[in-house]
Design a protein around this ligand. Sequence first.
Ligand code: IDP
Length: 163
Amino acid sequence: DEATKKKLSSTLEKTIAMIKPDAVSKVGHIMDMIFSDGFHMSKAIMAQLSRTDAQRFYAVHQQKPFFNELVDFITSGKVVAMELIGNDAVKHWRTLAGPTDSAVARSEAPNSVRARFGTDKQTNAVHGGDSPENAAKELNIFFGPQPQKNTAKLLDCTCCVIK
Ligand code: IDP
């Protein structure tokens, strides 16, 4: 009914999911998990990030001791970035992704993506935006107006895009 529709649309959110270079070969399994959990995927792109874009993407971690290593890792191969839409999508995708450290994920969230496909604290298969604001900034790096280098668009469906 109308009340249910209104409630659903008010919690509809978008987020970014990104498959990191270590798990790109598992893209099919990961997309299966995403769809099985009820997300809509409105955009997807395969890209190799430049160092500049990787530094923009991880700008919040600039002061961390692992920043350079993280930029090396994320630029070491192709990634697959996706725009996901669903109820409470930011939190939902972070839950499906699992804890940052894949070893912790294996003990605490064995059905998570990081438990199944990640290796350790750094090499952890996927990224998830941590707020709607950060997700929007990160999506803009992949799907924003600037032409992308080294990218191949996989999917760009407007049927379920929320503005
Ligand atoms: P999150 O990806 O679960 O949100 P963050 O703390 O935001 O975790 O860290 C961003 C990314 O930086 C992680 O996904 C991981 O790849 C990397 N990272 C986090 N902590 C460490 C660390 O202690 N050493 C090396 N890499 C790390």
